[in-house]
Design a protein around this ligand. Sequence first.
Ligand code: DX5
Ligand code: ZN
Length: 216
Amino acid sequence: MNNRVSILPSLLAADFGNLEAEIKRAEASGADALHLDVMDAHFVPNLSFGPDVVALSRRVAPGFYRHVHLMMTRPDLYLEPFAKAGAQTIQIHVEADCDIHTELKRIAGMGLRPALVLNPETPVEAVYPYLGETPEILVMTVHPGYGGQKFIAECLSKVTDIRRRVPGIDIMIDGGANGETSVQAVKAGANMIVAGSYLFKQEDMRAAVAAMRASF
Ligand code: DX5
Ligand code: ZN
């Protein structure tokens, strides 16, 4: 586990008319990685983008770590295209319709970092069988599908529970993060924060990332 808290801007909140510039802006902010939200209009009621945008971010900012969140019913069918496009971490949902043990192993077998995600309504026990098979758990703090939603603070008890069970694991939160809610999440035990609308709406993203870091 990384003791320093990682900050990941979510590209979903970027200006899609200026994607290249937005990716560069996120990289120049001093954030740790780019969070790329992939939605299939089945697992969540929205569509976002596919491997081409991951490949674009590799071309525009090759040194900026690519962290890919697959909100998909069948992530198993798309691991290869995302790996080819340059994904470095691939997150799959525990609620997905595939064998989680197998897919975590497949991601690791591709030389990538596998991570597991749980939705707000999913009890924390759902990830217990996999805690030894992934270095990172993402506890969703909104119902996935859209950026700009309100932080669900009740989800933080899951962060604390996982932190107690596996002190060395990376725990990320995603959804509704801002200057205040990210501090609550870190206090609960998170060490990775995804922030979409909060960071991309800033005129000076670099100052906002620095302020966030200073608040932990
Ligand atoms: C939610 C996505 C999040 C989202 C976060 O479906 O997984 O990554 O982009 O956006 P904000 O930070 O605006 O809640
Ligand atoms: Zn996400």
